[in-house]
Design a protein around this ligand. Structure first.
Ligand SMILES: [Zn+2]
Length: 215
């Protein structure tokens, strides 16, 4: 797989440190499961983090520190890197199969207009992770974001003014980017998109409908 668009160093570092919210951790894990370069970088950062802990000075512990540690271990894993376990071959990478199952045919889609469909994943935190199905040759409505948007292509490809994104590529768009992703004309595009604020669609009608579709 030829991947041209990668996670930023900062995102890989935050992923390896376990400091990303669940939705960003999920998309980072999904890209890393497809990308040898980013997997090598994440492994190096994890090793570095372990070395820093090993070299650190020891400190006196509180009496209840053991109980607190066990409580954190059994608590929901918000912020921890999503564990990648081997799964059956599928368009959906292993980290996503934990949320959606292995079969694309079983995904519960909702129409969001213009033939575009989405499935919102259940993740903790204020971010939203959604699987998007964009018909061949179709544009996702022109939008900007209130925050960071990551989009990982799982099938097909899309292009916008910043470039073309194929399978395994991840687009990192901050709030300065307003773009109109268009799926390639010969194949539907399926991608995972994570946003940390509602998308800002530009037309009045789209803005009016936004609360009803949850986009
Ligand atoms: Zn990469």
């Amino acid at each position: 797989m030829s991947i041209n668009h990668h996670l930023s160093e900062g995102l890989i570092l935050a992923y390896a440190a376990g400091s990303l919210p669940e939705a960003y951790s999920l998309i980072a894990a999904a890209h890393i499961s497809m990308c040898d370069d980013c997997r090598a970088a994440a492994t190096a950062y994890e090793a570095l983090g372990g070395a820093v802990i090993d070299d650190g000075d020891s400190a006196a512990l509180c009496q209840d520190s053991l109980a607190k540690t066990f409580a954190r271990i059994s608590a929901p894993a918000l912020g921890l890197p999503v564990v990648v376990t081997p799964k059956a071959p599928s368009v959906l990478p292993a980290p996503l199969q934990d949320y959606l199952g292995a079969r694309l045919e079983d995904v519960k889609w909702r129409n969001v207009g213009m033939g575009v469909r989405q499935c919102v994943l259940k993740t903790k935190g204020s971010q939203t992770a959604r699987l998007l199905h964009i018909p061949a040759g179709t544009a996702v409505p022109d939008h900007g974001h209130g925050g960071l948007e990551l989009t990982l292509v799982l099938k097909g490809a899309f292009s916008d003014k910043t470039g073309r994104f194929g399978v395994g590529d991840v687009e990192v768009a901050d709030q300065s980017v307003e773009h109109t992703p268009v799926a390639d004309p010969d194949m539907d595009c399926i991608c995972l998109a994570v946003t940390d604020a509602p998308l800002r669609f530009k037309s009045f009608l789209q803005r009016a409908l936004q609360p009803f579709f949850g986009i």
